[in-house]
Design a binder for this molecule. Sequence first.
Ligand code: CUO
Length: 649
Amino acid sequence: TTFLGRQLRVLYLLKNLSEPLQDEDLLALRASFNPETCKDYFNNPETLELFIHEMKRGSLLGREEIFSLFDAKHRYQVKLLFNALMSAKDWSHFMGLSTYIRDKMNHRQFLYAFSTALLHREDCRGIKLPPAYEIIPQMFLTTDVVRRAYQAQMQGKPTLIPMSFTGSVLNPEQRVAYFGEDVGLNAHHAHWHMDFPFWADERKDRAGELFFYMHHQLLARFDAERLSNHLPPVEPLQWEKPIVEGFAPGAVYPGGQEFPVRPDNMFFQNLPERTVADMIEFENRIRDGIDAGMIRDKNGVVVFLNNTEGIDVLGSLIESSTSSLDPRYFGSLHTDAHLLLSRVTDPKGKYGMTPGVMEHFETATRDPAFFRLHKHIDNLFKEHKDRLPPYTYDDLAFPGVRITALKVVGESKASDPNVLVTYFDESYIDLGNAVQGKPVSIRAVVSRLNHEPFKLVATVYSDKNTYAIARVFLAPSKSWFDEDIQLDEARWSMIELDRFPVELRIGSNLITRRSIETSVTASEPLSYPELMKKAKSAFQGESVFEVDTLHRHCGFPHRLLLPQGRHQGMDFKLYVILTDLKTDLHSTFEHPYVMNEIPALSYCGVLDGVFPDIRPMGFPFDRRIIHSNNFQQANTKVIDVTIKNVKYQ
Ligand code: CUO
């Protein structure tokens, strides 16, 4: 099949997952697929056999049951199917197995294994998945919207359903619900965890460090949104203290079961498989390791932490403890913490309650406790980073390179320099897959944060022809108490806005970089119907479908690039640091522009090979800053910018 044929088949495969497969080509492919006779077409026939065995003895998760990646048995099945799908030697056996199994297993479990394999298979590069929130919309919407979508379907009327955020004005947390409940943010988070599965046998380059960094950035951003809304920074959870904020997700699973509500001030509870005391013990062992600057892996081999690779080890250890470390000794702190939170209202399963939002990557950030939990974990990483020596003057220098002027300007004509504008506007979500039956256009409309495009303009003097990496960060200038934030404190709140290579010629250089080009975000995806229409018309030769083999599904939503700011303007500091590309670019790359070619590099890393930037993630703000004048070098510049929120546009 041609690329377009593949693209279309994937779209048809994922259509109405809760209903039987309908596309004729896929049905034909299914009819020709026999798992007993096609083993030679799989590099790893054992996983295929094991999976088919599970299926035949009826131990696969039921279609109506709730799939959770945090459940060891569900995960085991996912892993078998993922490994089998990955080992298919060609496209037709990959799709053959997918069609064969699609209607025989839990559809969310199928979707997870299939999408994760698709993101990792060479022959699927460039294939676009529809937005996660349109494949199974229920996992991203509120009950109210789902109910109205059913009504609209019964009446057979095209409908537009307004969706609001959960909670009421009585809950201060509701002021930032637009961020945690943003469908794009949830889709990003889900894709990130599909690109870096914690359960996979192979870890990608710097996966542990990226686990730290992506979540660290989510926290910095969440705190900036909170400050924009006059809320103090999020407080870390503690194992023995109450979980102050409750959460009522107001959401239902695709099977109609409600997500549980957590009242305010609940304490963590022991689960049959993991107690609170275990968590404290595991965490203490990790803290001891951080303190000592070393841990022992499961073979007793010492792994030193106080070096640039330490954060990667620690990230993997805390995320889920990969098998080469010692999961029996260190536990799986982060994955178990998700479970403890998710099951806090029915820890023993006495009432048969469903798992909470914390148990699914596509729903977790809706819960304010998500950010509190991750703040707790982020503080462990900070303890480690604070033990590393601060960067010296020479570490930060780039002799002969001087930023002589810097500003940001909005792209609209009337923009004032160094004033950036955010606003809320409407975004549409197609609900076709939330309902069954005859197709009618049913969409939800939700108000989402957005910003005016802007560009960064810098004048840089260089005494040689060379290349630099520009690192751009943004942090609030004033604390919640309206006091100036010192650099050593602000560093941990830095939001990475962009990271890109620049060519410098002897003399003065004008550098312009547009916000849309940023290495942090992914652009808005096409909706499912639009994508389908495009792929179809291109397939029939009526139009062109841009095949972008570098396309990534992972990427912070572009709309949320800037924090909201305030109506009257909120002060931020914007930093640009130019470092030497010659020393910073990984030696496997010769091409200076490689960083420009990997979309959403900053938080999503690379799918294969090595991460091009050898500096630690978050450099140079990842370590303590004792002498802030080390940062006042010619290759560094900081300016004051104001972010104004104009509410609606
Ligand atoms: Cu992304 Cu806890 O790791 O949700």
